[in-house]
Design a protein. Sequence first.
Length: 206
Amino acid sequence: MVAKKRNTLRSKAAAGRNAKTSVLEDSVLNELPPDPKAFLHQHRESKRDKQNTKQQSFLSQIKNKSLGLDSNLAGISKSAARRRKRKIRDDLKPKMGELLTSLEKEEDLKEYTQDQDDSKDADGDEQMEISINNVTKITKSNKYGKLSHELPGSVKIKKNQPSIRNQKGAKQLAIDESKRFNQVLTNQSFQQNPFGSLREIIKMQK
């Protein structure tokens, strides 16, 4: 007995219908407009991610500061960076020469104003002129001559002094400086002529 063929008209018709439906679906997908809600659900950075990025940036800044990495010192050697930092520290220190020049200018200004006052008040009271001259007169004091037998201009370097770098030394230096400040304020020569006494001390330390 011969077997029947399966390629009947029914199977051919079903295959044709399937092909037509697939083509129609593709055409419908191509004709549809773009979805307006497609870009609403984009990726957003969460609070935890923001906190992590801030923490990483802060840690990197601390690391750069601890290692001495600076954008201005990038591309130069360590010795050159140390020299630049040392120069910056020296520039921040107080300069006694500038203070001396400012005091000299102040004294010159006082003398100029006094000369004008003397020329205007030449026929005035003589006691007023004597008091003005006594105020502006520079008198050298020998009260502290017994304390040190060193030559003027030489500065004695004291060893074993408290260091400003630690807390205990800074506290002791603050106490000593406050005592010294009170002694200077109560000094009679300083009260009579403060600018003159400051000028003498600066000249001795130069």
